[in-house]
Design a protein around this ligand. Sequence first.
Ligand code: 5GP
Length: 206
Amino acid sequence: MSDGHERVTYSDVHKLIGKAAERIIQSNFKPDLIIAIGGGGFFPARVMRTFLKDPSTKRNIPILAIGLSLYESLPGTTEEQLGKAVVRTQWLGPSKELLGRKALIIDEVDDSRTTLEYAVKELQKDMELELAKLDENEREGQRTKFGVFVVHNKRKPKAGTLPPDIPYFAGAEVDDVWLDYPWEMKDIDEHDRLAALAKEAPPIPQ
Ligand code: 5GP
């Protein structure tokens, strides 16, 4: 019997990222910086770096981390903010690091899109502030090109929006179900066992 949770294994995540990386490499958008949205984006970001590594230069793409929280109750979060407002738990150091980069923003799942909208807007704001510090003749080519990668995109009406010119990649498009990720589990063997069982189960007749 399904309990309404879809269990995703480390191996599932790894393979989805590998396939998406091929699409990213073939696109015109070749990231030279990764911005991981924590906590869920950390593991995917590290795996993506493995797949995006250029075999000719062998150079690792740097990963910067930001922490955003939507569902967690943090000290000072009001009842109304829960689930709607995005709270920063960690942010970039000097945003000068963004300039001239192709930055791939990574999270594990795009649900309501609220978090991604916030991340893109705020990073763009930071970039604009840094650009404004430069002389006009120094700004050429310094505008950061942002892209987004999520392991799963839920097919559902989104509360948040992303600028249309931003490349968007998803490992998989999924129904609006609750996904259980392996890094959230204490008993990984039980998680993997239930994930394997679900894969064996015949599809539920519609
Ligand atoms: P959004 O802002 O797109 O609604 O949600 C972003 C965050 O909500 C994700 O980074 C994740 O932490 C959490 N979230 C949304 N849907 C799921 C889900 O199906 N499974 C898990 N584990 N977290 C989710």
